[in-house]
Design a protein around this ligand. Structure first.
Ligand SMILES: Nc1ncnc2c1ncn2[C@@H]1O[C@H](COP(=O)(O)OP(=O)(O)OP(=O)(O)O)[C@@H](O)[C@H]1O
Ligand SMILES: [Mg+2]
Length: 229
């Protein structure tokens, strides 16, 4: 059997402020396999976003290790971690985070420009925007799109470098159910087609039901929960 994509071993994270110290995790250990689709649920403040940021190399654990295909992303150099974030991880945030100065197609092409060059990255972006049903919005600015359209563009941007893992933090949290369903339809269709793994934070059991595995962060530990349907 192939080795897991990500091995998380005894990870702890403490936030220290002037007045308090918060220990978020008891020591999390789990694995993400290629093709896994995992939903992470849990109360507000339980550490879901912190966990996602650590998996993506945006934040570091205070102890423990996170290993991607045999390399510790904690011990690796800053340069290696930047490449890891750029090439292996696709982030989708609740608030879209598209750049308002760029057109939609430029936003999606941006992460691929260094590796693929200007012309090819724009062609790849156009193809992905067609795949999320935004072929008529290529030259719009993000602020000229609806929330659901902006998130579909953010899905395309997250996928453009063929990352191994998509990390999505409440990707439909700002959208009504119908619009959110449409975003998830495109996201899951592309993930299936292109073979990405997914770790998705959500508060919605019906959104979580789209994933193969459901985990809950509770009392500082991560537990597998049975699917609601
Ligand atoms: N930079 C920081 N400094 C201090 N404490 C922080 C910092 N970032 C997060 N925290 C604290 O850590 C806890 C976990 O935060 P996190 O954002 O990971 O929660 P979450 O599970 O994603 O919550 P939500 O569902 O509301 O998004 C919270 O109690 C928060 O106050
Ligand atoms: Mg959060």
């Amino acid at each position: 059997m192939a080795a897991p994509l990500l091995c998380v071993h005894d990870v702890k994270r403490t936030y220290r402020t002037a007045h308090s110290e918060i220990d978020l995790f008891d020591g999390l250990s789990f694995e993400i396999e290629a093709g896994d689709k995992v939903a992470v649920m849990g109360a507000s403040g339980s550490g879901k976003s912190t966990l996602l940021h650590m998996l993506g190399g945006l934040d570091a654990p205070d102890s423990g290790d996170i290993v991607f295909k045999g390399t510790s992303i904690v011990e690796a150099s800053h340069r290696w971690r930047c490449q890891y974030r750029h090439q292996q991880i696709g982030f989708i945030f609740q608030g879209y985070h598209l750049l308002s100065e760029l057109t939609v197609v430029e936003n999606v092409a941006l992460p691929a420009q260094i590796m693929e060059g200007h012309g090819r990255s724009l062609r790849m972006a156009k193809e992905l925007l067609e795949a999320v049903g935004l072929e008529d919005r290529l030259q719009h600015r993000p602020q000229e799109l609806s929330g659901g359209e902006q998130q579909r563009a953010a899905v395309a941007r997250a996928l453009i470098n063929h990352p191994a893992i998509i990390l999505a933090d409440e990707p439909t949290g700002n959208l009504d159910e119908e619009t959110g369903d449409k975003v998830l339809h495109y996201l899951f269709q592309l993930i299936e087609l292109r073979g990405h793994s997914l770790v998705m934070v959500t508060h919605s059991p019906s959104v979580a039901d789209r994933c193969d595995k459901q985990w809950r962060l509770e009392k500082r530990v991560l537990k597998e929960v049975s699917r609601s349907r």
